[in-house]
Design a binder for this molecule. Structure first.
Ligand code: GDP
Ligand code: MG
Length: 336
């Protein structure tokens, strides 16, 4: 059970019988962390996510990347909880990537517990067959970003092996392994689900010991709120045409579900968009409130689709109170 929205998988634990956590037996989460999925478009990242997280219920087309690391799926498979994330910038074409963007991508990768580079084996074999290098400029660029991220453990999912001659895969694997010697290579077919458990097992070892990052029996609630905030944030970013920065936060203040089970099901959400500067507040509100209304309408449509019921969305905008809410400032004054 679950839903996909904007490529984000939302586990639905509400349909489980009450009294269970929805997890197998009484095994607890003992390790938890984030794994970044990287790779060129069409390498098969979404297919892999679907395969890992189960049945795809609904997919809404891709969206611009608006956060440092965007959660795209949560796999709670005790004893490990693996939070799969997407990183901003990393999928941008090499030529369009300026230095600032490279830094964003590298910082985002340095933040995670593991990186999984998804490589299209069909293309790699093709390259080799026609006498081109497996490590072309595009692949070299991704390898560089991964290297610059430091000590992060790396898996390379060599995907689409269902359509490759196994013997021709060997030199491809040698080339990739030669470029990133520390990486674990795993041939997979995301489409057929082959090799995927090997990959998940490696990730489960890469995430550090610690408690679940998302409450196990509240995964639905937690990620619903989270996804709602992300959906609003995405609208802010997209509709203002990126005049409002990445760092814009959305706080879901109240999530009133008291009418959710009624015949005329309805959820009321109170959320605040927190911007950095008064000028940005002006942009988000727009002339006569037109921009905020637009943001609200678009976000509400997506949220309704996520929650499967009518939604009343109450949006406010405020300028950030610098010293208490900005993690960067907290770090600067040594509190974090
Ligand atoms: P993304 O852009 O990295 O998210 O790639 P997608 O998951 O959208 O996949 C791109 C294309 O590759 C789609 O047509 C998939 O069906 C196909 N694809 C993905 N994984 C496999 C695989 O394991 N085998 C084959 N043959 N095709 C795959
Ligand atoms: Mg995709």
């Amino acid at each position: 059970h679950g839903a996909w929205i904007d490529g984000i998988r939302v586990h639905d634990s509400t349909r489980r019988p009450s009294g269970t956590t929805g997890l197998r037996g009484n095994v607890e989460i003992e390790r938890a962390g984030t794994i970044a999925l990287v790779g060129r478009p069409n390498a098969g990242k979404s297919t892999l996510l679907n395969e890992i997280l189960g049945e795809k219920i609904s997919i809404i087309s891709s969206k611009p990347q608006t956060t440092r690391n965007r959660v795209v799926g949560i796999l709670s498979q005790p004893p490990a909880q693996i939070v799969l994330v997407d990183t901003p910038g990393i999928h941008k074409s090499r030529t369009r990537m300026n230095q600032a963007m490279v830094k964003v991508a590298v910082d985002a990768l340095a933040d995670v517990d593991g990186v999984c580079w998804v490589v299209d084996a069909i293309k790699a074999v093709d390259a080799l067959e026609s006498g081109r290098a497996v490590i072309n400029r595009g692949r070299d660029h991704i390898a560089k970003l991964i290297e610059q991220a430091g000590d992060v453990p790396v898996t390379i999912a060599l995907n689409k092996v269902d359509r490759c001659n196994k013997r021709k895969l060997l030199p491809v694997m040698a080339a990739l392994g030669g470029r990133l010697p520390g990486a674990e290579l795993v041939p997979v077919s995301a489409l057929r689900g082959e090799g995927v458990t090997n990959l998940v097992e490696l990730w489960a070892k890469q995430v550090p010991e610690g408690p679940a990052m998302f409450p196990e029996d509240q995964i639905m609630d937690g990620s619903e709120r989270f996804v709602v905030a992300e959906l609003i944030r995405e609208k802010v970013f997209r509709l203002t045409e990126q005049e409002v920065p990445y760092s814009t936060a959305v706080h879901v203040e109240k999530f009133d579900e008291s009418q959710r089970d009624e015949e005329t099901a309805r959820v009321t959400i109170y959320a605040t968009i927190v911007v950095e500067r008064p000028s940005q507040k002006g942009i988000v509100i727009g002339k006569g409130g037109s921009m905020l209304k637009h943001i609200g309408t678009k976000a509400r449509m997506d949220i309704q689709r996520l929650l499967g019921c009518r939604v009343h969305l109450d949006l406010h905008v405020k300028v950030k109170d610098k010293w208490t809410t900005n993690p960067r400032s907290l770090r600067e004054i040594g509190l974090e």
